[in-house]
Design a protein around this ligand. Structure first.
Ligand code: PMV
Length: 333
């Protein structure tokens, strides 16, 4: 394999969320989840073997195109994952990575980041992972949702203890039901409570077991709606699910409260636009930022309404994507 290797991997937005774990070491979830892979919210990662033995070099690509030493929390996560992928005997590596969107703000930057890192490093080391291997290895980084970033389109991560490898698998191709995702960024900063901590606290919510009981029916509704292109059914189930996750988070002990005033305003906006006849629904991962899923025909109207909402800092126009890939467009210093 050539040196360097560069991988691009997508974030994903969960339609049915993973919240709570059965096994934090194996990163196994309390429930199956289902997501849409994104196209423009991606991480890039270039991995190179260094000539001299010694320490790995870890670099971070800033939003303005500069390259700086990777900030401590990101560097720690990369180091731990490198140990898993390469062991402590392999060659020293230079890793340069960055995102096209805000980091650790609840837009799945850890899913895309660890999938890009996993694909770049395993390819550089000659392992040529297939998507199922990539799914399993990326998830073991600790970001469970990374299991789903190994594929394009719509992806299910069963995560049941009966399947010890627990790879995610594709449900539907991107072009079978292409959707647009208007992402309303209401906070660019990394969230105060990590999703890892949120997963840990989930079981303390008195509503958690009720959530697990209701999920199989909601998951089946979402899968059916995707296969049949039934936006109305999808919208209802996706919004119920988003609110349900945050209900569990807010009622945990101690509570995990991600919403801001603009988050609530955007949930109301989605309901209003739907009442006006637009295909749109809102969903929120672990953070205050809101994804408004819509169709190409209604995207511009949704974008205008979102942009005009007080508290929205920026918007990202994304859509269903086709999954990770390797490229020759290396990140150089
Ligand atoms: O993969 P993690 O540990 O970042 O957790 C993801 C949690 C949610 O984004 C809220 C839900 C999901 O399934 O992506």
């Amino acid at each position: 394999m050539t040196n360097p290797v560069t991988a691009v991997a997508p974030a994903n937005i969960a339609l049915i969320k993973y919240w709570g774990m059965t096994d934090p070491t194996a990163v196994l979830p309390a429930n199956p989840s289902l997501s849409m892979t994104l196209s423009r919210c991606v991480s890039h990662c270039t991995a190179e073997k260094l000539d001299a033995a010694g320490e790995d070099e870890l670099w971070w690509r800033t939003p303005d195109g500069g390259t700086v030493p990777a900030p401590a929390p990101i560097a720690d996560g990369i180091r731990r994952h490198l140990l898993r992928l390469r062991g402590d005997e392999g060659p020293a590596l230079r890793i340069t990575t960055g995102n096209t969107f805000p980091t650790a703000a609840g837009i799945a930057s850890s899913a895309s980041g660890f999938t890009a890192l996993t694909l770049a490093v395993t390819t550089l080391l000659g392992r040529q992972p297939d998507p199922a291997d990539l799914s399993v290895l990326s998830r073991l980084s600790g970001s469970g949702s990374a299991a789903r970033s190994a594929y394009g389109g719509y992806v299910r991560w069963p995560g049941t203890p009966e399947d010890p490898s627990s790879a995610a698998a594709p449900v539907l191709d991107a072009d079978a039901f292409p959707l647009c995702d208007v992402i309303a960024v209401v906070d660019n900063e990394p969230k105060e409570i990590s999703s890892r901590e949120g997963h840990r606290r989930a079981v303390t919510s008195p509503y958690f077991s009720r959530r697990l009981e209701t999920l199989p029916a909601r998951t089946a509704t979402v899968e059916r709606a995707l296969r049949e292109g039934d936006f109305a059914a999808l919208a209802e189930a996706v919004e119920q699910e988003a609110v349900d996750l945050h209900l569990i988070a807010m009622s945990a002990g101690p509570p995990v409260f991600y919403w801001q005033p603009a988050t609530v305003a955007l949930l109301a906006l989605a309901r209003e636009l739907r009442a006006d006849g637009l295909d749109v629904c809102a969903t929120i991962d672990a953070g205050p930022n809101v994804h408004l899923l819509t169709t190409a025909a209604h995207r511009d109207q949704v974008m205008d309404a979102v942009t005009a909402t007080p508290g929205v800092l920026t918007t990202i126009a994304d859509e269903t994507g086709t999954g990770p890939y390797l490229t020759d467009a290396h990140l150089t210093r």
